[in-house]
Design a protein around this ligand. Sequence first.
Ligand code: MTE
Length: 335
Amino acid sequence: MLIKKPDSIPSSEITSESVYLQRRQFMRGVGGLMLGGMSGLAHAVPEYPIDADLPRYPGPAWLQPQIRSSVRNNDYSTSETPAPYFNAITHNNFYEFGTAKKNPAQYAQEFKTDPWKVEIAGAVNKPGHYHLEDVIKPHLLEERIYRLRCVEAWSMVIPWIGVPLAEVLKAFEPTSKAKYVAFTTLLDPEQMPGQRSYFSTIRWPYVEGLRLDEARHPLTLLAVGVYGNALPPQNGAPIRLVVPWKYGFKSIKSIVKISLEEEMPPTSWNLTAPNEYGFYANVNPKVDHPRWSQATERRLPSSLLDPNRIETTLFNGYAEEVAGLYKGMDLKKWY
Ligand code: MTE
């Protein structure tokens, strides 16, 4: 991203494999019925065309069956065509692995993402350090095809696989004190060259946050996969946030901590350049970045001859679903 130069869940509570599979069968049945008229969880996730020379990321053994049986949620998917897999895995922002778009694909391939623990902290009845498997396994995985709009004015359509954050939060029982959710990326300079760099403008670890109602919005996803497979390391394996109506920097990668907070938590880009990046960071064509317009975006794939520039839409086209969250708020002030 461009910035100004500096002046364990008890086993009794985890769904057993057989119950899980039964639930899965049920959901598939429901999905089939829904095809008859209603929308919703209607389609098994298709195979995406992946060039033979491009790497696939099957993910850990525990995740594979869950990914294979994920179903597309049509209610929350755009009908726009997803970007080619190549673009999604080679054009990345993941400053922990370097600042150039190709750096994450170059330097993240050895990144260890299993086993992985996530700390659940703050205002919850069930805090603890959980194995990712125990966080994800109780839930049905859905495919959601979302637009991703980066604050740098490029965008892509990406088929994510994940679980609504609201469902995950519920399992840990937030208390009435919880007003915000704070997220933290892994801090591991040995594995992440960007965290060793003397030129880094970010104070590590990368942190992000949402208001609790934003976190609980049905569009907000915790993703563990893309294009029918597990997440590649460069895309934030093994677990990342996806908030499609906000600029991409809110969608924090490789999460190791989720904390329910009483106060608005600090966020990395806001700490780095507060006048350029706010806490809310809702996509808004009428609120320009101080150094460039946000009225249009370059939809990838694009080239010099075919820049594929399109108009940016309020809340990245999700206004109908999310505008109510910001009723009465001055979106220029709360950028
Ligand atoms: N998360 C971490 N930990 N570090 C980062 O540098 N970059 C953000 C976001 N999540 C970033 C991050 C930005 S600016 C964008 S646009 C998206 O990741 C890009 O996601 P993608 O590489 O999967 O397209």
